[in-house]
Design a protein around this ligand. Structure first.
Ligand code: NAD
Length: 511
């Protein structure tokens, strides 16, 4: 167990970081229904009280973003990349501070807080390159003397709603691609992590000043669900990118569809790993422990289910349980901590409810299962938990945002893949095997039904170079690398006739 830190320490450190990042917002507005209280899950104490944006604030911000789009969309893409380069440089300069703020507000351990900022830097590097690679196709036409091509144009205002657990990186995945694409951005971060958002916005505004760009191209709304809904319903928002729970996605998607807006949804996961008899159990155990217990189980890609062959399941569970015994739980600001707190009391209630439900369904707790209560009444630290299950019951199919790993067994690979896919979500997945046929089968159309499928790597910890996202209740969106930029642009198909004739397609005659 690492040493608890005091709330005063956390509070003083937070204010100093915010000042260094250049945040000048009023952090002490009087508490009322119109304020959001920023707190740290490390101690459960309050850090600041901020004004909540109401519908008229959202309206004004979107109007500014729409106005800024008129000019920004005409700036050549490689010049737009210059703004992203400045942002990447500032993130490098302030990596330690912003990473620590992520630890303070989201509860991530030091290396994961820094890793999240590194992910922002990586996507900035990617964005600078992308700004010179927004390619369209030239297509063979059936008509002589004609040329057909595709161009990609900026889309408009992009609304970005983000979750608490990736409080800075998810904004950057969206904002960098959108800005390079020529769009303008309005961000509504989680009400649980407003301070990291203020820190990012302050850095962005400095980047805009360095690049000589109107800062209205990327703006921030500090607000709650109602502020998010105002963004969702605004017809000037051409694309709404929403990251969070499946419940949120179900509320948001039909409202955007009703006004024929575009949505990009990054919702909940229920990620599994199949462990076959040929798996290297040392490597497998390490992969499982990071993916299941890391970030205290609060990643969308957290490993929540292991589907182990019955011949190795007992040994695997013993190894995981032994590894869990060695994990240090405590303040994420202590560099030896591996498991930090849950975000808040409702998250802890969800943990407890899930453990109880799994036991009621015949599950056996093989590791953890309880709260670690030496960190005070309002801080919610729990032991990473392993529960062996007789079957994939409803609780196993449900995403509980906490470090609970359910273990199921199988006898044939067909059975394992059927169990794997028999959940509503479809984000990330893995197989641990040294058998080429098993690995390829898992990656084939007859294997994992997820957006991400890995071999001998756990499901969490993606790189920015690949497209990120998942299927089914995960929402179908793709962000970050590969050709995810296309979601932020509109395609125009152009046909040019450079002949003196006017042949019609499909041989149609009209004279
Ligand atoms: P949440 O759904 O409670 O909130 C996410 C965001 O949506 C917040 O900003 C919130 O204010 C906003 N919101 C909620 N309801 C809304 C509504 N009706 N209209 C407009 N905005 C609304 O999620 P959370 O607890 O912050 O995050 C955890 C969840 O996010 C988990 O389910 C996790 O799997 C998911 N997540 C998914 C990804 C991914 O890329 N697939 C990444 C991170 C987190």
């Amino acid at each position: 167990m690492s040493v608890p830190v005091t709330h005063d320490d956390v509070s003083v450190r937070t204010r100093a970081i915010l000042a260094r990042l250049g945040v000048d917002a009023d952090l002490d507005v009087p508490r009322s229904h119109a304020s959001i209280v920023a707190r740290s899950p490390i101690t459960g104490g309050n850090l600041a009280s901020l004004r909540t944006a109401d519908a008229s604030d959202v309206d004004a911000v979107v109007a500014d973003a729409k106005a800024a789009f008129a000019e920004w969309s005409t700036v050549p893409a490689p010049v737009r990349g210059g703004l992203v380069r400045e942002l990447g440089e500032l993130l490098r300069e302030h990596k330690d501070d912003l990473g620590a703020l992520v630890s303070i507000e989201a509860g991530k351990i030091v290396s994961e807080g820094l890793g999240e900022v590194q992910e922002m830097i990586d996507i900035c590097d990617f964005g600078v390159g992308l700004s010179r690679q927004l390619y369209g196709n030239t297509i063979a036409t059936e008509r002589p003397g004609h040329r057909m091509m595709e161009q990609w144009h900026p889309l408009g205002v992009v609304g970005v709603i983000t979750a608490f657990n990736f409080p800075v990186a998810v904004w950057s995945w969206n904002a960098v691609l959108a800005l390079v694409a020529g769009d303008t951005v309005v961000w509504k971060p989680s009400e649980k992590t407003p301070l990291t958002a203020l820190g990012v916005q302050a850095l962005f505004e400095r980047a805009a000043a360095r690049a000589g760009v109107n800062p209205a191209v990327a703006q921030l709304i500090i607000g709650d669900r109602a502020s998010g809904q105002a963004l969702v319903d605004d017809p000037r928002v051409a694309l709404l990118s929403a990251t969070g729970s499946t419940r949120m996605g179900r509320a948001v998607a039909p409202r955007v569809a009703e006004r024929f807006g575009r949505v990009l949804l990054e919702l909940g996961g229920n990620n599994a790993a199949i462990v076959t008899p040929s798996a290297d159990l040392d490597l497998t155990t390490r992969g499982i422990v990071f993916s299941a217990a890391g970030t205290a189980g609060q990643r969308c890609t957290t490993l929540r289910r292991v589907i182990a062959h019955s011949s190795i399941a007992d040994e695997l569970v013993d190894r995981i349980a032994r590894a869990y015994d060695t994990l240090s739980i405590g303040s994420p600001l202590n560099s030896d901590t591996l498991v930090g707190p849950l975000i808040d009391a409702p998250a802890f209630a969800g943990f407890q409810k899930a453990v109880d439900a799994a036991v009621a369904d015949g599950g056996t707790v093989r590791a953890g299962g309880a709260r670690v209560d030496e960190f005070g009444e309002y801080a919610y630290y729990v032991q990473p938990t392993v529960i062996t299950m007789p079957a994939q019951t409803d609780i196993v199919k449900h995403e509980t945002f906490a470090p609970i790993l359910y273990v199921l067994t199988y006898d044939t690979l067909d059975e394992a893949i059927a169990l794997h896919n028999d959940v509503p979500q479809g984000l990330s997945s893995s197989i641990f095997t040294t058998d080429l046929r098993e690995a390829e089968r898992f990656l084939s159309v007859a294997g994992s039904d997820c957006g991400i499928a890995n071999v001998n790597i756990g499901p969490s910890g993606a790189e920015i170079g690949g497209a990120f996202g998942g299927e089914k209740d995960t929402g179908g969106g793709r962000e970050s690398g590969s050709d995810a930029w296309k979601s932020y642009m509109r395609r125009s198909t152009n046909t040019v006739n450079y002949s003196n004739e006017l042949p019609l397609a499909q041989g149609v005659k009209f004279t």
